[in-house]
Design a protein around this ligand. Structure first.
Ligand code: AMP
Length: 290
């Protein structure tokens, strides 16, 4: 497994791989790797012959009051895990190399970034699209793999790729969960024992929504209220949003006619967690997935 720190060297390596007719997949991460990340890597590996991952805690997607300095890091552990999965190249740049003095370009997707996390995290998605566009130009992948856990991020990146004619296939991978249902996340490390139990209210909410939906409830407001009271019945929880929206436009919906994205952002103690599922009526069948 190669480890490359410089963007120029990474570009040269990717160019050589392309000239040798290899297909490349990229899995961008912020490190502190867990099963969710590893699943993305397995998917990338299965669909291409060279797998590149990036590990970069991107400062521009954190606002000044967020947890950039506390964000967990474990480069040695990450490299070990990446090796086990069979990653070919780890791109591990510094912030200085990604944003050298004089840097002055941003990539901004409008519309869909103004909903959900875009409301409570202004500037976040601009940071994400800018760094992902840079990572695409540096690693030159044919395919890039993202998690459906960050549903809005996946939607925003797909929109950027489409709008800017980037010749990259974007693949979304279903959310990986711990056995108790909690979506794996680097931030779960911050939860103490009590908070971890409260954090299960997110998955319980998705399950409740599926149950209500199966019972023919179509009023988004009714589902939303039931979820809010379920979450708030757990200690240390504070709701950022519980939203039922169109999975394509991310605009709020009042009545579910065809399908709906249920997206949650909840603070448990000091840790902000997100989760989601899609509720879908498929003719006479009801499908729901998370
Ligand atoms: P992060 O390191 O948190 O920026 O995440 C890197 C990638 O891993 C993103 O595409 C995330 O959506 C994805 N990811 C994070 N957690 C999970 C999970 N539990 N299941 C699937 N993908 C995930």
């Amino acid at each position: 497994m190669e480890i490359i720190e410089s963007p120029e060297q990474m570009q040269d390596r990717s160019e050589a791989l392309r000239l040798a007719r290899h297909t490349i997949s990229l899995v961008p991460t912020m490190g502190y790797l867990h099963e969710g990340h590893l699943e993305l890597m397995r998917v990338g590996k299965k669909h291409s012959d060279k797998l590149i991952i990036s590990i970069f805690v991107n400062p521009s997607q954190f606002s000044p009051n967020e947890d950039l300095d506390q964000y967990p890091r474990d480069t040695a552990g990450d490299l070990e895990k990446a090796r086990e999965v069979g990653v070919d190249v780890v791109f591990l740049p510094s912030a200085q190399e990604m944003y050298p003095e004089g840097f002055q370009t941003n990539v901004q997707v409008k519309g869909i970034t103004e909903q959900l996390c875009g409301i409570s995290r202004p500037g976040h998605f601009e940071g994400v699209t800018t760094v992902v566009a840079k990572l695409f130009n540096i690693t030159k992948p044919h395919m890039a793999v993202f998690g459906q856990k960050d549903f809005q991020q996946l939607t925003v990146i797909s929109q950027m790729v489409m709008d800017l004619n980037m010749d990259i296939q974007i693949v979304g991978v279903p959310t990986v969960r711990d056995p108790d249902g909690l979506a794996t996340s680097s931030r779960n490390k911050f939860l103490n024992e009590e908070e971890r139990i409260s954090a299960l209210s997110l998955k319980k909410s998705l399950d409740l929504a599926v149950e209500m939906f199966r019972g023919s409830e179509r009023d988004a407001g009714v589902i939303q209220k039931a979820i809010e009271s379920l979450i708030l019945s757990h200690p240390h929880t504070e709701i950022d949003y519980v939203t039922l929206c169109n999975p394509v436009t991310l605009k709020d919906i009042e009545t579910i006619t065809d399908e709906a994205l249920l997206a949650l952002a909840v603070r448990v103690g000091a840790t902000r967690l997100i989760d989601n599922c899609v509720l879908r009526c498929d003719s006479d069948k009801i499908i729901s997935k998370s």
